[in-house]
Design a protein around this ligand. Structure first.
Ligand SMILES: [Fe+2]
Length: 242
């Protein structure tokens, strides 16, 4: 399996607090059957101002340390980018990392605020498409506006967004509403990826196998393979070939 959303870089956001925790997370992932992980630290302007060069040096260091610790997981870096009007200038100046590229379209892991779907998001998403960027919305099932009114999902889908569910939401660990939305989206075929969004050993470890089994039981083995393996492979091919 490939985990395309994780906060495993040490000390640069609210994920792994130090190198020991990063390595512990990688070991958990390896025993769960995860072979590739994309570190996606937050880029949240004003809160986590992580630059491309910082992310690059951090991932290179983690690769070295993981190797020295005998961990056999392929690592790459992108970011979970919080919606903000200032993203436009970062994009125009090539200062945001994309999570993948398919047929010359760049993919951006675009995080909405947890509380709501802001007005103006439609215009921003349309602007992204004009600039050859397709958004993947992480954890829509945990957004409170979407929980209150799933119509927001339909709107984001009509605009062309793809969706990534959190594995633990499928297992009910984010409450009943998040689980119901996850299940409904899976049944409708509206999900492209499932990822751990791992933050810490205790709070949110990188475990995908349980959710994969649930998805398999719910919509079948071929679909489960697509969401946990085939789609992530296709998305991140360029990231892992560097
Ligand atoms: Fe995240």
């Amino acid at each position: 399996m490939i985990d395309i959303h994780s906060h495993i870089l040490p000390g640069i956001d609210d994920g792994a607090k130090d190198l020991n925790e990063s390595l512990a997370l990688l070991k958990i992932a390896q025993s769960d059957g995860i072979t590739h992980m994309v570190a996606t630290p937050h880029i949240h302007i004003g809160r986590f101002n992580n630059s491309l060069s910082l992310l690059q040096s951090n991932i290179e260091n983690l690769k070295k340390e993981a190797n020295a610790a005998g961990i056999n997981i392929k690592l790459a870096v992108a970011a979970e980018v919080r919606l903000d009007i200032e993203l436009m200038s970062l994009i125009m100046n090539n200062k945001l990392p994309f999570i993948g590229k398919i047929n010359n379209t760049n993919y951006l892991l675009l995080e909405l605020p947890h509380s709501h779907v802001p007005q103006g998001v439609d215009q921003f998403i349309k602007w992204l498409f004009k600039n050859n960027i397709k958004p993947i919305i992480p954890h829509p099932e945990r957004n409170r506006d979407i929980q209150a009114n799933p119509y927001y999902i339909e709107r984001l889908k009509q605009l062309g967004c793809e969706f990534q569910l959190t594995a633990s939401s499928i297992q009910g660990e984010w409450g009943e509403q998040a689980q119901i939305i996850s299940t409904n989206m899976l049944k409708k075929g509206w999900v492209s990826y499932v990822a751990s969004d791992a933050h810490s050993v205790k709070r949110r470890p990188p475990i995908l196998s349980k959710a994969k089994q649930t998805v398999r039981d719910l919509i079948g083995p071929a679909e489960a393979h697509a969401l946990f393996v085939a789609n992530p492979v296709k998305l991140t091919e360029a990231l892992f070939s560097d």
